[in-house]
Structure formats: C-alpha cells, structure tokens
Design a binder for this molecule. Structure first.
Ligand code: MV4
Length: 503
C-alpha cells in the first residue's frame, strides 16, 4: 500500500464534491466521471479532470464498471472512491478494481459479501454474538412453512426480502388471515427489486428507533467506533434529518452499542468506514438490522462531534496508515443535518427538477453546506433529487436545533421547489424537540408538518391567500424600504432604523 496521488471519484452531486474537497487538502489530484446529463454538474467543475462515461441513465453510465475503470486507467488514477449508492457496495466492482491494479477506497469484497444478503448477515452476526431482531435465519421454501413459523413466534410479524434492505419487499402482517396474501406480495416485490424472491420472517417491532453506529477499521487489525447517529426521522425509507448524539442514548447504551458494532465489523474482516444499523425498541433493547459497507450521506454529523475528516481517514486507511484513535472519542457537543431535496412536499414530495434561478446558501458560525448545485444550474431528473445537506454544530441539542432553523431561514432557492419549510417544521415540532421520536414520527405527523388543515379546499384557499399576501407585502416593501447608504456611519444607523421600522 503506497501513497495515493490521484483519485477517481465514481459518483456525482454533493458527495463527489465533498470527496474531492478532501483530496485537494491532501494534495491528491481528482478525476470526475459524468453522464451526458451531468456535463455542467458541479462535481465536473470541481475536478482536475473529467471523463464522459455514458448517457443519462445511471445503468448506462455511473453503474457501468468497465466505463469507470477505463476512465481511471486513462487518467492514471491509483484509486477509486465510490461515494455512496452507485457502485459503492458492489463486491464485483471491488474485485474488478483489484484486477485492474486500482485501489478501491472501501472495505474488501469479502466483507461486502458477508453483509450483502440479509439472511447471511444475520447468520454471521448471530455467530459473532451480535443481537439480531428475533426471527428466522433462512428464507422459507413454502408459504405453509412460513405461516407455521409466523404462528410460532406470534403476530405481528415482518416479512423481509433476503436479497436486500431499504424497505423493499417488506410487509407487516398483523393477523393469520392476512398471511398468505402478504407472503405473495412480499415475494413478488422482492423478485422485482432484487431478482431474488427469498423472504424470511422477523418479529415486528413497534415504534422502533433507527440508531446507527459509525465504525472504522484500519488494515492493521484496529477497529473502533465513532459513536451513533439518530436517523429515525425518515419517510418512505429516506432519511430526512439526522443527529448525533442520539437524544435517547445513555452513555452506557452508547458504549454497549459501540462495542457490539465493533464486534460486527471485526466478524466480517472489515476495513475502512462502515455503519452498523440497529433498531431500538420501546424497552431500549437494540438489535442489528444491517451493515452499510460505505461512507454514508449523514457522515458530516459524526465529523462535527469527533473533529475527524472521515474521507481523509478512508484515504489514509487505504494507504495503509493506522487509525489516529484506539477507542471511541467522547462526543463533543451536538450536530444536526437536514437534507434539502428538490421536491414538493405539497405534491406528495414529487421531485421538482429544473433550473435553479436563485440560490442563497446560509453561512455563519458552525454551519456547513454540502451542496452539489450552484445558481443557474439545472437539476436533472435522472438522479436522486437531494441537492444539498445543511449541517450545524452547537454545544447543546437545543442550540443546534435553533441554529439549524436559522440556517433554513436563510436558505433561499428559486426556480425549483425544495423541502426547506418542511424541514423547518420538523425541527419545530414538539415530538422532534422532545427528542423521543421514532421511525413513525414523519408519517404520523405528515399533515402537521405540511401545515395543512383538515379540509384540502381550505388549504388551497390558505395557500392562495398567503401568496397574495406575500406578493403585496413585497410590493409594499420595495416601495417603502430605503436604499442602503453608500458610506458613513451616521447614514448606516439611520438606514438600519428605517429598515426596522419597515418590518
Ligand atoms: C423492521 C421494523 C419493525 N420490525 N423490522 C425498514 C427498512 C429496513 N431496512 C428495516 N425497516 C424496518 N424493519 C422489524 N422486525 C421497522 C422498519 C422500519 C424502519 C426502520 C428503520 C428506519 C425507518 C423505518 C421506517 C419504517 C419501518
């Protein structure tokens, strides 16, 4: 393992930009790949070099292993950073990189294999002494066997696709009468999503929290954890807000979960950055759910409270360096991340691609904007609509919430619709500020978070009224607000007073 001098980033959007930023700080040259829809994308402008890898659909560009490897060879890159999504958890790509003599910045293929299939992962975890959600460790050969197993462990149960996570092929079953139809539905959904109709059964956990532990291992056998992230604010299996520390963990529970996560990583020979996901039930028991064998979207909150650059450490570990810590750091303060999506909450969160005509990004203390866009950029409709992640740090959770709300107040994006107000509503909701929000929080509070009334007609009227009001107010302001003085202290304070009166 030698020093890396040039890295190809096999990704797009904010994560490609984020990885390249660290490369620059480390004196490492950067190579972008891009599809035809991404000619003017920010990650292409950020890189030292860029290679076109195919047409807009990711199946024909970002996911074509040979195209990516060709670009790496042509550029003379020594390593590939996969970001998240795309090829990041693809064991066959890791092997292809190895064959091409290019360092894959991530775990070994064998660790991905050990965690990729859910039933195999559960078997591996049980062997390692990691608690898993009670249930089967093998898929069922027939609906009769499956039904008998469900009756044995008792309803409600959760049917899950063995082939992959993310909520696809997942079905809650409350009663024996519903079992067969749910079984068929889960199997066909699993086949559709993963090309594998294997389904297994878990006991259904009510109102669980999603808490995940960041782990890190070097190539010298050192494995540590970097504490948790609370990710229970999700809708349709998409995370929306993440924070650390989790408001529901005690230091004792943090230490226990961390220890278990390290054990999980060690059991599969893990190297690099990884995340062990847990479900935490109402009694605060925790169970292994799955392991994400990549850097995650929400890694900035961990960076805020640990002071580490996780991408820098991924690179250093790939170069053979030893980890800088031998045990978990005590979390310093509190960090929150909100994901800004080009989507319209009022229209069932429909993606809202298009040209960003105006973009004002917040600033100020302890604030970070990981963005993949710029003013004038057209958000394509081929990819994930996340345009930016705002993350903040503060000494306490209450202050971090206020800072995140202030940041959202400053955020102005025009030309597309974004979920900025929705995020603000989440941070203001008593269930969120109270800290004990489970994975049902966002669906349960859907109406409240949209600011909707019971009657959709009334909502429409209220919306119209607010638009008219805002327009009239802006017209009035434009006329009455004084111009800023060009210079002079006296002029400036008079202007400030006038501004305050104008409000
Ligand atoms: C569960 C569960 C309740 N009981 N398993 C959803 C995604 C997949 N990775 C695991 N998921 C769940 N598994 C049992 N046995 C509830 C969920 C779940 C969930 C988990 C984490 C974060 C958000 C979620 C939203 C709905 C359901």
């Amino acid at each position: 393992m030698a020093k890396i001098r040039k890295i190809l980033v096999a990704n797009r959007g904010e994560i490609a930009v984020r990885v390249m930023r660290t490369c620059k700080e480390l004196g490492i040259a950067t190579v972008a790949v891009y599809s035809e829809a991404d000619r003017s994308a920010l990650h292409v402008r950020t890189a030292d070099q860029a290679f076109l890898v195919g047409p807009p659909p990711s199946r024909e560009s970002y996911l074509v292993q040979e195209r990516i490897l060709d670009a790496a060879r042509q550029a003379g890159a020594d390593a590939i950073h996969p970001g998240y999504g795309f090829l990041s958890e693809n064991a066959s790509f890791v092997r292809a990189c190895e064959k091409a003599g290019i360092t894959f910045i991530g775990p070994p293929a064998s660790a991905m294999d050990a965690m990729g299939e859910k039933t195999r992962a559960r078997q591996n975890m049980i062997k390692a002494g990691v608690p898993v959600v009670p249930g089967s460790t093998e898929p069922f050969a027939s609906s009769e066997e499956a039904r008998a197993y469900a009756e044995k462990i008792g309803f409600p149960v959760m049917l899950k696709a063995a082939g992959g996570g993310g909520g696809k092929g997942m079905r809650r079953v409350d009663r024996l009468e519903d079992f067969d139809s749910s079984w068929r539905a889960a199997k066909s959904e699993a086949l559709n999503a993963f090309g594998n109709d294997a389904v297994y059964i878990e006991k259904y956990l009510e109102k669980p929290h999603h808490v995940e532990i960041q782990v890190f291992a070097d190539a010298h056998g050192n494995t540590i954890h970097l504490n948790e992230r609370e990710c229970s604010a999700q809708r349709r299996h998409q995370k929306v807000v993440e924070e650390t520390p989790s408001p529901i963990l005690t230091p004792e529970m943090r230490a226990k979960m961390g220890e278990v996560a390290v054990k999980a990583a060690q059991a599969v020979g893990y190297v690099g950055a990884g995340t062990v996901e847990f479900l935490v039930d109402v009694h605060r028991n925790f169970y292994f759910l799955e392991m994400n064998t990549r850097l995650q979207v929400e890694h900035p909150v961990t960076e805020w409270v640990t002071g580490l650059d996780l991408v820098a450490w991924q690179i250093k570990v790939a170069e053979g360096e030893k980890l800088p810590l031998t045990r978990a750091p005590t979390p310093n303060g509190h960090a929150i991340e909100v994901r800004i999506y080009a989507e319209d909450p009022a229209r069932n969160f429909m993606p809202s691609p298009g040209r960003i005509t105006t973009l004002r990004v917040p600033g100020g203390p302890y604030l970070r904007d990981d963005s993949g866009v710029y003013p004038g950029y057209t958000v394509p409709n081929f990819y994930d609509p996340m345009i930016s992640k705002l993350s903040v740090w503060a000494p306490t959770r209450a202050e971090a919430i206020e800072r995140a709300k202030r940041a959202l107040d400053e955020y102005v994006v025009k030309g597309i619709t974004a979920n900025v107000r929705y995020l603000h509503a989440i941070l203001s909701h008593p269930e969120f500020t109270g800290g004990d929000y489970d994975t049902g929080f966002l669906p349960r509070q859907h109406e409240a978070l949209l600011g909707n009334t019971e009657d959709p007609k009334l909502t429409e009227a209220a919306l119209l009224a607010s638009v008219v009001y805002a327009y009239q107010r802006d017209q009035k302001r434009a006329k009455t607000l004084p111009q800023a003085p060009s210079e002079g202290e006296a002029g400036i304070s008079a202007w400030r007073r006038a501004l305050r009166r104008g409000r």
